[in-house]
Write a protein that binds this ligand. Structure first.
Ligand SMILES: [Zn+2]
Length: 485
C-alpha cells in the first residue's frame, strides 16, 4: 500500500504539466500600495437569464423544447480582498462545458472585467444545454472538440444555436462585471447542514456487473455546504453559494420543457425566504455515482427536492460562522491523469468481427490499433485542480469532470478547514472519473467506470480510447492536498 502510494505520488509529480512551482506562480497576488489596502472582504453578485428559445434542442436526451417550465440562469458571485484581489465564481444551469469553452470563457472574463480569477461550474441539469466554444477563423474542429462539446457538427453550421451560445458567453461576462461593480463591504460566512435528495446509483450484482439503480446503502454526500455574504451596510444577504451532490435528473426525459431541475427549485425556495435581491448560486458536488430521486419522474418531484434542499441551505445559513480572514488565497494545480492500458489485441480482434454493423465502434477499434502501432500509451487527461481558501475557515475545491461521492467525502475528511465545499464539472472536462475501485472492475465497471467490451461504458468512445487508469484516485488526492500544502 505504502509503496503504491509512493509510486503514485511520483507519477503525480512527474505528470504535473507545469510542475508545482508554475502552479503556485500562476496566482501571484497583485501588488497594491499600502494606501489602497482596505479592511475586510467585499462581495457582489449578479445573474442573467439564459433560457434558450423554443425549438432549440435540449441536450440530454436530445429533444426539441416546446417551452419553459422554469428558466435557466448564469450567476456570478465575486469576492474582493484587502489587497484588491478579485475572484469570481460563476455557475450556470447547463449540463456541461468542455475545456475549450471554459478556457475561452475564463480568458474573456478576465480580459474584459479585470478580475484576477474566474471559475465556471455547471449545475448538470439534464433539461438544459451544453455550452460550447466559439469557433475562430482557421480553427480546426478536432475529435477532441467534438467529444468535449458533444457534437460532430461544429456550431458554425448551426446559426440559431450559435446566437444563443454567443449570448450566454456575453451574459457571463456581464454578470461578472456587474458583480464587481456592485461589490461592497461584507461579512462572509461558511456553514453546512444535512440534506439528501438522491441515492447512490451504482449496484454491482451477483454476476459481477455494475448497473444503474437505487443503491440505498451506497456512499452519497448527505449535506449542503454554503458560503454566504451579508452587506455590512444593510445587513441583508448579497449572495449564498451552495453545493449539493446529485445528478439533476428528476425532470423526466420525456418532458419537452426547459428546466433547471431541483437546483433551480432550490434557488427559488431560497430567494422567496430571504429579504432583498440575494443571489443564490448552485454548484454541483461529486455526483458521478448519485442520482436525484425519484429518477425521471415529474417536474413537481423536482420542485419538492429543490424545496428540501433550499430549506437545508437556509438552515446552513442560520448556523454559518463568519470567516476571520480578509485575504483570498486561490490557486490551480495542473495535473494529468493517465489512461488505462489499451485493450488486448485478442479483444480488439474479436470486437472487429462482433461490431461490424457499428461503424463508429469499428472506427474506435481502428484508432486503438493505430495507437498500439505507434508504440505510445493512450493520451492522458488534462486535470486542473482549483482551490479557494479563506484562512482556515473555508476551502472550495473545484474539479473538472464528474467524480464519485468518495472524492468529496475524502476532501471533507482531510482538508484542514472549518467548512469544505467541492464542485465538480468546473472549468472543463466531459464524462466521468471513476473511483479506483470502480475502474478496477474493468468491463464490469458500469456506465461511469467500465471498459471494453462494455460499449455502453462512457469513456470507451472517448478520444483517450478508454477511461482513466487505476491509480488516478491517488493522483487526484495528491493534487488536491497540494492546494493547502
Ligand atoms: Zn453525469
Amino acid at each position: 500500500m505504502l509503496e503504491k502510494e509512493t509510486n503514485n505520488r511520483r507519477t503525480f509529480l512527474a505528470s504535473s504539466a507545469l510542475g508545482m512551482g508554475a502552479a503556485v506562480a500562476a496566482t501571484m497576488p497583485r501588488t497594491v500600495s499600502a494606501a489602497a489596502k482596505r479592511r475586510g472582504l467585499e462581495a457582489g453578485a449578479a445573474e442573467r437569464d439564459i433560457t434558450p428559445p423554443v425549438g432549440m434542442e435540449i441536450t440530454h436526451y436530445i429533444r426539441e423544447n416546446i417551452g419553459v417550465h422554469d428558466p435557466l440562469h448564469v450567476r456570478a458571485v465575486l469576492l474582493r480582498d484587502r489587497d484588491g484581489q478579485e475572484v469570481a465564481l460563476v455557475s450556470g444551469d447547463l449540463i456541461g462545458a468542455g475545456f475549450a469553452c471554459c478556457d475561452e470563457l475564463r480568458e474573456r472574463v478576465k480580459t474584459e472585467t479585470g478580475v484576477d480569477e474566474v471559475w465556471f461550474s455547471c449545475s448538470h441539469t439534464h433539461a438544459g444545454r451544453w455550452l460550447v466554444s466559439t469557433p475562430v477563423p482557421g480553427r480546426e474542429y478536432t475529435e477532441k472538440h467534438a467529444w468535449d462539446e458533444g457534437t460532430h457538427v461544429p456550431i458554425t453550421e448551426r446559426p440559431e444555436e450559435r446566437s444563443w451560445n454567443d449570448s450566454v458567453h456575453k451574459k457571463i461576462v456581464d454578470t461578472v462585471r456587474q458583480a464587481k461593480e456592485q461589490a461592497e463591504p461584507a461579512v462572509v460566512k461558511a456553514g453546512k447542514a444535512p440534506v439528501q435528495v438522491g441515492f447512490n446509483r451504482r449496484i454491482t450484482g451477483a454476476d459481477g456487473h455494475t448497473y444503474m439503480g437505487v443503491n440505498r446503502e451506497g456512499v452519497i454526500v448527505p449535506w449542503t455546504s454554503i458560503l454566504s455574504a451579508e452587506s455590512l451596510r444593510t445587513g441583508k444577504p448579497i449572495f449564498v453559494l451552495f453545493e449539493h451532490a446529485a445528478h439533476p435528473v428528476t425532470v423526466p426525459h420525456t418532458s419537452k420543457l426547459i428546466s433547471a431541475d431541483y437546483p433551480g427549485a432550490a434557488v427559488a425556495k431560497i430567494r422567496k425566504s430571504l429579504p432583498g435581491d440575494c443571489i443564490a448560486a448552485f454548484g454541483q458536488g461529486c455526483s458521478g455515482n448519485i442520482n436525484s430521486f425519484p429518477l425521471r419522474s415529474t417536474h413537481s418531484d423536482a420542485q419538492a427536492a429543490g424545496n428540501k434542499l433550499g430549506e437545508a441551505v437556509l438552515v446552513a445559513m442560520g448556523k454559518a460562522q463568519p470567516v476571520s480572514t480578509d485575504t483570498l488565497r486561490f490557486l490551480t494545480i495542473p495535473s494529468l491523469l493517465p489512461t488505462q492500458p489499451l485493450p488486448s489485441e485478442k479483444l480488439v480482434a474479436e470486437q472487429m468481427i462482433k461490431q461490424k454493423e457499428h461503424p463508429l465502434r469499428i472506427a474506435q477499434l481502428k484508432k486503438i490499433v493505430a495507437k498500439r502501432a505507434s508504440g505510445t500509451p493512450p493520451d492522458p487527461r488534462r486535470f486542473d485542480v482549483h482551490g479557494l481558501m479563506l484562512g482556515d475557515d473555508f476551502c472550495l475545491v473545484s474539479l473538472p469532470y464528474e467524480h464519485f461521492s468518495h472524492t468529496e467525502r475524502w476532501v471533507d475528511r482531510t482538508a484542514p478547514f472549518g467548512t469544505t465545499m467541492t464542485f465538480s464539472l468546473t472549468n472543463g472536462g466531459r464524462g466521468y472519473i471513476g473511483s479506483d475501485e470502480g475502474l478496477a472492475l474493468g468491463k464490469n465497471g458500469g456506465y461511469e467506470a467500465g471498459a471494453l467490451p462494455n460499449w455502453s461504458a462512457h469513456e470507451v468512445m472517448s478520444p483517450n480510447l478508454g477511461g482513466p487508469a487505476v491509480g488516478s484516485e491517488q493522483i487526484i488526492r495528491g493534487a488536491i492536498s497540494a492546494l493547502w500544502a
